[in-house]
Design a protein around this ligand. Structure first.
Ligand SMILES: C[S@@+](CC[C@H](N)C(=O)[O-])C[C@H]1O[C@@H](n2cnc3c(N)ncnc32)[C@H](O)[C@@H]1O
Length: 318
């Protein structure tokens, strides 16, 4: 089941522009500080290739496919890039087995031709890595790099030293890519706008801190002010509605006009993450229609239990 709607939100008057709505306390004017790497526990290797990665990476691949429609170069800025390549037979992925209900389901499914065409950029990269005796799953920076052309550039940021080292190793000597061991929130300030003035910012933080939605809104609003025409793709977990909804409200209240929200809930057990979403700012114009088709197919394929559903909102600011 898919909920699909066009939301309407009041545009802010000029003096309100950038002011956070009352429901979301933004640290206005303050720096967005990162916790010290030693206090960060999140390791993506446990979750690589799960349903959340599938949704995020399918969306990322569709956006990149559209960016490739024009010959002019673009830049991808991945603020929380991770290790770039994950061993699905390794101890972390084996312990959770999450990938089996994510990319594992897709690879075992019969895919109709219209869906196969939309999934091709994603699966052309992922399927060869996942199959064989040593299955691996690509993270966002490797997926992006494989979908980019010679004229495009990638800046991939990761703060945790082990993941940053792995990232640098995987991106290797590809002259199109730069791995930077830096706080992703600082990267958002430092690297936006890119000199190409065309491209995509992926923001995929670990959501370890209770105020992550506030930090997201603050960082994104500032970045969009500096680079209003960039495409932004922001991932978030859905554990309750208040945080994600306040996040979208904060973006709309800051005058960000072209917003698309895509969510999937795979149903089943509330004890583990069952729903997540992405907000796209300035999405390529055809992706909303594409996501509608993809979601209708993905939901039953990824469903873990009762209540599986998706949601697609185009949020237009009046
Ligand atoms: C959800 S994972 C990223 C997954 C990756 N984007 C992908 O799709 O394959 C989040 C990553 O952010 C890293 N991280 C945590 N805090 C960070 C920060 N302040 N700046 C940059 N990276 C950070 C974590 O170590 C982790 O690798």
């Amino acid at each position: 089941m898919r909920e699909c709607r066009v939301g309407r939100r009041a545009a802010p008057c000029e003096e309100e522009r950038g002011a956070p709505p009352a429901r979301l306390a933004l640290p206005c004017g303050s720096r967005v500080d990162a916790p010290a790497p030693s206090s960060m526990n999140y390791r993506h290797a446990f979750h690589a290739g799960n349903f959340a990665d599938v949704l995020k990476h399918v969306v990322l691949a569709r956006v990149l496919a559209h960016l490739c429609d024009k010959p002019t170069p673009f830049r991808v800025i991945d603020t929380h890039a991770g290790a770039a390549l994950y061993d699905l037979a390794g101890p972390e992925a084996s312990r959770t087995g999450e990938w089996r209900d994510g990319i594992g389901r897709l690879l075992g499914a019969t895919i109709p031709p219209d869906i196969a065409a939309l999934l091709a950029p994603y699966l052309d990269v992922v399927a060869p890595l996942c199959s064989g005796g040593a299955p691996r799953y690509p993270g966002s920076p490797l997926l992006a790099l494989r979908l980019m052309r010679p004229q495009d550039r990638l800046t991939a940021c990761e703060l945790v030293p082990a993941a940053a080292a792995a990232l640098a190793h995987v991106l290797g000597r590809d002259a199109r890519a730069k791995a930077v061991a830096i706080d992703g929130w600082l990267a958002l300030k430092a690297y936006v706008p890119p000199k190409e003035r065309r491209g995509l910012v992926l923001v995929d933080p670990p959501f370890e801190r209770s105020d992550e939605f506030s930090h997201l809104a603050h960082g994104i609003v500032n970045a969009v002010r500096k680079w209003p025409t960039g495409v932004y793709v922001i991932w978030y977990p859905v554990k309750e509605r208040r945080g994600p909804d306040a996040f979208v409200d904060a973006l709309a209240a800051a005058g960000i006009a072209k917003l698309l929200r895509v969510e999937i809930d795979v149903g089943g057990d509330d004890e583990v993450l069952r729903a997540c979403g992405l907000v796209l700012i300035n999405p390529p114009w055809r992706v909303a229609d594409e996501f509608a088709v993809l979601l209708d197919w993905l939901v039953p394929v990824l469903a873990r239990g009762g209540g599986a559903k998706s949601r697609l909102d185009q949020i237009a600011v009046r």
